[in-house]
Design a protein around this ligand. Sequence first.
Ligand SMILES: Cc1cc2nc3c(=O)[nH]c(=O)nc-3n(C[C@H](O)[C@H](O)[C@H](O)COP(=O)(O)OP(=O)(O)OC[C@H]3O[C@@H](n4cnc5c(N)ncnc54)[C@H](O)[C@@H]3O)c2cc1C
Length: 352
Amino acid sequence: MIYTYGCALKLKRVRKISRVVTTNVSLEALNTLAIPARAAHFAELTDLAQLPLLLQFARESDLNVFILGEGSNCVFASDYSGLVIQQRLQGIDVQSECSERVLVKVAAGENWHAFVQWCLANNFHGLENLALIPGTVGAAPIQNIGAYGVEVETFIERVHAIEIDSGKAVQFSHAQCQFAYRESVFKRALRDRVVITHVEFSLLKHFLAVSHYPSLSQQLTQPVTAQSLFDAVCTVRRSKLPDPIEIPNAGSFFKNPVISSDQLIELQRSFPSVVSYPVESEFKVAAGWLIDQAGWKQKQLDCVIVHHDQALVVTNPKHRPGASVLQYAYNIQSDIKRRFGIDLEIEPRVIC
Ligand SMILES: Cc1cc2nc3c(=O)[nH]c(=O)nc-3n(C[C@H](O)[C@H](O)[C@H](O)COP(=O)(O)OP(=O)(O)OC[C@H]3O[C@@H](n4cnc5c(N)ncnc54)[C@H](O)[C@@H]3O)c2cc1C
């Protein structure tokens, strides 16, 4: 009798899983580089209640789990043999507010730009400079997205997640997220170990313009308003970055390398026009400048090519496999090392 009851329960669970998990799914339309990789198992997470079932299925089937947002920072090196869970949870809730600040809890599957627009419409400030960054809210803390002098960490209060191994709900304070330039604990120690479900933002009630970036300030007239700053960011981004829908890409393909002042002086001896910015006691070198100087804007390999206006952006117009995109990137890395003695680090997540 117990055996029969157990079997019935198992059958019910298998039926439930087969309604949510599909097999052998193309990821080509789900990553902005248009890499034609396939996922052996795939599920969309639209209801948090589905997550325990999905994680249990992965554990019992001995499958690795990969959490996908909008695929704008991913390079699938090959097909994925585990379970891809696409984060689609929706919802924006105001938790509390005072005269200076408002605390907003946002579900991880919300589109980032739509959330920035929502903030603008509600007079909640701070995120204007991060307009038009592709992707989901849940991915924003992973690499601490940043643009035009603002990093998202400044406004992140707490991150809510579920542990993949145990299914336990966990929370991370701002300090526990260990944010740095394009970095966080979620990209290192907790990589593939948690599903971010919500992010809490502490936003400003009074607008404070961050408009010192030359490309932005050229677009702006005084007084700068939240709307004019948002518009200027959108205009500059549209003029500078290729739209992944037209030309598949993952934004900046390499991080700007950070070097010591001694290294910079050495570099300037051979390349006096090298573009660099001080960062605390070190210097950030413009990776795009290095790639441009090395003549990569004209070089095509297996139909992969850097963008003609943005040397930092590797494009994949013919939807070539991840291996072709990565081979192109490795060639750039070794050329830059040979010419300038600098190691370039790939910014998007490479999934093997
Ligand atoms: C044209 C273009 C311009 C860009 N400009 C910028 C820019 O200015 N600044 C900048 O910082 N970035 C930029 N990016 C990179 C990208 O937009 C961001 O990294 C974005 O946050 C990725 O979001 P996503 O939802 O697409 O994440 P995905 O690419 O789907 O995933 C990225 C990583 O995060 C993990 N992940 C995603 N969601 C979750 C979750 N809920 N829980 C756990 N792990 C998760 C994935 O497993 C993966 O490791 C740009 C990209 C493009 C294509």
